[in-house]
Design a protein. Structure first.
Length: 239
Protein backbone atom coordinates (compact mmCIF):
# COMPACT_ATOMS: atom_id res chain seq x y z
CA UNK A 1 0.00 0.00 0.00
CA UNK A 2 1.41 3.37 -1.06
CA UNK A 3 -0.23 6.53 0.28
CA UNK A 4 0.17 9.93 -1.37
CA UNK A 5 -1.24 12.80 0.71
CA UNK A 6 -2.20 15.40 -1.89
CA UNK A 7 -2.35 18.87 -0.33
CA UNK A 8 -4.59 20.01 -3.19
CA UNK A 9 -4.67 20.30 -6.96
CA UNK A 10 -4.23 24.04 -6.42
CA UNK A 11 -1.31 23.54 -4.02
CA UNK A 12 0.92 20.66 -5.12
CA UNK A 13 3.37 21.57 -7.84
CA UNK A 14 1.77 20.75 -11.23
CA UNK A 15 4.79 18.62 -12.16
CA UNK A 16 4.24 16.41 -9.11
CA UNK A 17 0.58 15.82 -9.90
CA UNK A 18 1.39 15.14 -13.55
CA UNK A 19 4.01 12.56 -12.56
CA UNK A 20 1.64 10.79 -10.16
CA UNK A 21 -1.17 10.61 -12.70
CA UNK A 22 0.87 9.95 -15.84
CA UNK A 23 3.59 7.66 -14.49
CA UNK A 24 3.27 6.52 -10.86
CA UNK A 25 -0.41 5.51 -10.98
CA UNK A 26 -0.17 3.57 -14.30
CA UNK A 27 3.03 1.85 -13.09
CA UNK A 28 1.35 0.86 -9.83
CA UNK A 29 -1.71 -0.48 -11.64
CA UNK A 30 0.33 -2.54 -14.09
CA UNK A 31 2.39 -4.05 -11.26
CA UNK A 32 -0.55 -4.76 -8.93
CA UNK A 33 0.53 -2.12 -6.41
CA UNK A 34 -2.12 -0.29 -4.39
CA UNK A 35 -1.49 3.46 -4.69
CA UNK A 36 -3.97 5.64 -2.82
CA UNK A 37 -4.29 9.41 -3.20
CA UNK A 38 -5.53 11.02 0.02
CA UNK A 39 -6.80 14.52 0.74
CA UNK A 40 -7.67 16.48 3.85
CA UNK A 41 -11.42 16.56 4.45
CA UNK A 42 -13.47 18.74 6.75
CA UNK A 43 -16.16 17.42 9.09
CA UNK A 44 -18.83 18.21 6.50
CA UNK A 45 -17.03 15.97 3.98
CA UNK A 46 -15.68 18.76 1.78
CA UNK A 47 -12.02 18.83 0.78
CA UNK A 48 -9.67 21.47 2.18
CA UNK A 49 -6.51 22.45 0.30
CA UNK A 50 -3.49 24.25 1.67
CA UNK A 51 -3.73 27.07 -0.87
CA UNK A 52 -7.44 27.33 -0.16
CA UNK A 53 -6.75 27.76 3.56
CA UNK A 54 -4.21 30.50 2.86
CA UNK A 55 -6.50 32.38 0.48
CA UNK A 56 -9.82 31.82 2.27
CA UNK A 57 -11.97 34.95 2.29
CA UNK A 58 -12.04 36.53 5.73
CA UNK A 59 -9.03 34.54 6.89
CA UNK A 60 -6.31 36.48 8.65
CA UNK A 61 -3.88 33.58 8.07
CA UNK A 62 -2.32 34.02 11.51
CA UNK A 63 -0.67 31.77 12.40
CA UNK A 64 0.41 31.05 8.82
CA UNK A 65 0.55 27.29 8.14
CA UNK A 66 3.53 27.43 5.75
CA UNK A 67 7.15 28.18 6.78
CA UNK A 68 7.24 31.80 5.60
CA UNK A 69 10.43 33.74 6.26
CA UNK A 70 10.13 36.36 8.96
CA UNK A 71 11.63 39.83 8.63
CA UNK A 72 14.87 38.59 10.21
CA UNK A 73 15.17 35.80 7.63
CA UNK A 74 14.31 32.97 10.03
CA UNK A 75 11.55 30.51 9.01
CA UNK A 76 8.30 30.83 10.92
CA UNK A 77 6.50 27.95 12.56
CA UNK A 78 4.48 25.78 10.23
CA UNK A 79 1.68 23.25 10.40
CA UNK A 80 1.32 22.38 6.70
CA UNK A 81 3.18 19.05 6.84
CA UNK A 82 1.35 18.00 10.00
CA UNK A 83 -2.14 19.11 8.91
CA UNK A 84 -2.04 18.08 5.25
CA UNK A 85 0.37 15.11 5.24
CA UNK A 86 0.92 13.38 8.59
CA UNK A 87 -2.59 13.84 9.99
CA UNK A 88 -4.24 12.87 6.71
CA UNK A 89 -2.26 9.64 6.47
CA UNK A 90 -2.74 8.96 10.18
CA UNK A 91 -6.50 9.39 9.87
CA UNK A 92 -6.59 6.92 6.99
CA UNK A 93 -4.46 4.39 8.89
CA UNK A 94 -6.69 4.55 11.98
CA UNK A 95 -9.80 4.25 9.85
CA UNK A 96 -8.35 1.05 8.39
CA UNK A 97 -7.52 -0.64 11.67
CA UNK A 98 -4.25 0.85 12.88
CA UNK A 99 -4.11 1.28 16.65
CA UNK A 100 -1.68 1.23 19.56
CA UNK A 101 -2.24 -2.51 19.91
CA UNK A 102 -2.22 -3.13 16.16
CA UNK A 103 0.15 -0.52 14.70
CA UNK A 104 0.60 -0.02 10.99
CA UNK A 105 4.09 -0.44 9.57
CA UNK A 106 4.90 2.86 7.85
CA UNK A 107 7.86 3.10 5.48
CA UNK A 108 9.55 6.50 5.16
CA UNK A 109 11.79 7.06 2.12
CA UNK A 110 14.89 8.54 3.77
CA UNK A 111 18.18 7.52 2.13
CA UNK A 112 21.52 6.67 3.72
CA UNK A 113 23.12 10.05 3.01
CA UNK A 114 20.32 11.87 4.82
CA UNK A 115 20.09 9.50 7.79
CA UNK A 116 19.99 12.46 10.19
CA UNK A 117 16.44 13.15 9.01
CA UNK A 118 15.28 9.87 10.50
CA UNK A 119 15.90 11.24 13.97
CA UNK A 120 13.40 14.05 13.39
CA UNK A 121 10.43 11.79 12.78
CA UNK A 122 8.17 11.30 15.80
CA UNK A 123 6.40 7.96 15.92
CA UNK A 124 2.67 7.98 16.67
CA UNK A 125 1.12 5.24 18.85
CA UNK A 126 -0.76 3.72 15.90
CA UNK A 127 2.32 3.28 13.70
CA UNK A 128 5.69 1.55 13.57
CA UNK A 129 8.17 3.52 11.48
CA UNK A 130 10.64 1.70 9.24
CA UNK A 131 13.19 3.06 6.77
CA UNK A 132 13.45 0.65 3.81
CA UNK A 133 16.06 2.71 1.94
CA UNK A 134 18.31 2.69 5.00
CA UNK A 135 17.87 -1.08 5.36
CA UNK A 136 18.82 -1.53 1.69
CA UNK A 137 21.75 0.88 1.86
CA UNK A 138 20.26 3.09 -0.85
CA UNK A 139 21.73 6.56 -1.31
CA UNK A 140 20.07 9.53 -2.96
CA UNK A 141 22.33 9.12 -6.01
CA UNK A 142 21.10 5.52 -6.41
CA UNK A 143 17.46 6.55 -6.72
CA UNK A 144 17.53 7.92 -10.30
CA UNK A 145 19.24 4.74 -11.52
CA UNK A 146 16.63 2.56 -9.78
CA UNK A 147 13.78 4.65 -11.17
CA UNK A 148 15.15 4.52 -14.73
CA UNK A 149 15.73 0.77 -14.47
CA UNK A 150 11.99 0.41 -13.87
CA UNK A 151 11.33 2.22 -17.15
CA UNK A 152 10.16 5.43 -15.48
CA UNK A 153 11.37 9.01 -15.94
CA UNK A 154 13.02 10.59 -12.91
CA UNK A 155 10.55 12.92 -11.17
CA UNK A 156 11.35 16.45 -10.15
CA UNK A 157 11.55 17.26 -6.46
CA UNK A 158 8.03 17.51 -5.13
CA UNK A 159 6.77 20.39 -3.01
CA UNK A 160 4.01 22.97 -2.98
CA UNK A 161 4.65 25.46 -5.76
CA UNK A 162 4.59 28.32 -3.20
CA UNK A 163 6.83 26.63 -0.60
CA UNK A 164 9.17 29.16 1.10
CA UNK A 165 11.85 26.46 1.22
CA UNK A 166 12.40 26.82 -2.54
CA UNK A 167 15.88 27.89 -3.51
CA UNK A 168 16.37 31.06 -5.49
CA UNK A 169 17.17 28.96 -8.57
CA UNK A 170 13.80 27.19 -8.21
CA UNK A 171 11.99 30.51 -8.11
CA UNK A 172 13.96 31.73 -11.12
CA UNK A 173 13.06 28.61 -13.10
CA UNK A 174 9.41 29.18 -12.24
CA UNK A 175 9.54 32.83 -13.28
CA UNK A 176 11.16 31.92 -16.59
CA UNK A 177 9.24 28.74 -17.46
CA UNK A 178 5.94 29.12 -15.56
CA UNK A 179 5.31 32.86 -15.32
CA UNK A 180 1.63 32.45 -14.47
CA UNK A 181 2.48 30.22 -11.51
CA UNK A 182 5.16 32.67 -10.38
CA UNK A 183 2.64 35.51 -10.57
CA UNK A 184 0.29 33.49 -8.34
CA UNK A 185 3.09 33.04 -5.79
CA UNK A 186 3.68 36.79 -5.78
CA UNK A 187 -0.05 37.38 -5.34
CA UNK A 188 -0.14 34.93 -2.41
CA UNK A 189 2.76 36.74 -0.73
CA UNK A 190 1.01 40.08 -1.24
CA UNK A 191 -2.29 38.76 0.12
CA UNK A 192 -0.64 37.43 3.27
CA UNK A 193 1.17 40.71 3.90
CA UNK A 194 -1.91 42.84 3.23
CA UNK A 195 -3.72 40.92 5.95
CA UNK A 196 -0.75 41.19 8.31
CA UNK A 197 -0.45 44.93 7.72
CA UNK A 198 -4.12 45.37 8.66
CA UNK A 199 -3.30 43.71 11.99
CA UNK A 200 -0.17 45.79 12.53
CA UNK A 201 2.16 42.84 11.88
CA UNK A 202 5.54 42.84 10.14
CA UNK A 203 5.64 41.46 6.58
CA UNK A 204 6.72 37.90 5.85
CA UNK A 205 8.18 36.42 2.68
CA UNK A 206 8.23 33.31 0.49
CA UNK A 207 12.04 33.65 0.25
CA UNK A 208 14.89 34.17 2.70
CA UNK A 209 15.93 37.60 1.43
CA UNK A 210 13.27 39.60 3.31
CA UNK A 211 11.87 41.24 0.18
CA UNK A 212 9.05 40.61 -2.30
CA UNK A 213 9.54 37.68 -4.67
CA UNK A 214 9.13 39.92 -7.69
CA UNK A 215 12.08 42.03 -6.51
CA UNK A 216 14.30 39.17 -5.34
CA UNK A 217 13.96 36.73 -8.23
CA UNK A 218 15.88 37.88 -11.32
CA UNK A 219 14.18 37.57 -14.68
CA UNK A 220 17.50 36.98 -16.45
CA UNK A 221 19.63 33.83 -16.64
CA UNK A 222 22.24 33.35 -13.92
CA UNK A 223 24.66 30.53 -13.14
CA UNK A 224 22.86 27.73 -11.24
CA UNK A 225 24.73 27.99 -7.95
CA UNK A 226 23.05 26.39 -4.94
CA UNK A 227 22.10 29.26 -2.64
CA UNK A 228 21.72 26.96 0.37
CA UNK A 229 18.13 27.57 1.44
CA UNK A 230 16.59 25.37 4.11
CA UNK A 231 14.66 22.24 3.34
CA UNK A 232 11.89 20.10 4.75
CA UNK A 233 13.43 17.42 6.98
CA UNK A 234 10.49 15.21 7.91
CA UNK A 235 10.45 12.96 4.85
CA UNK A 236 6.79 13.69 4.06
CA UNK A 237 6.88 16.60 1.58
CA UNK A 238 9.63 15.89 -0.90
CA UNK A 239 10.43 12.87 -3.04
Amino acid sequence: MFLFADVGDDSEHPATLAYVHQHAAPFAASHHLDLRELRRTRRDGTTETLYGRLMREGSRSIPIPIPVRMSNGAPGTRSCTSDFKICVIGKWLRAHGASATNPATVGIGISVDEIHRANNRRCEPYERIVYPLLDLGVRRADCPRIIRSAGLPVPSKSACWFCPFHRLTNWQDMRRNQPELFARACDLETTINTRRAALGRDPVWLNRYAAPLADVVPDIDVLPFDDGDGTCDGGWCFT
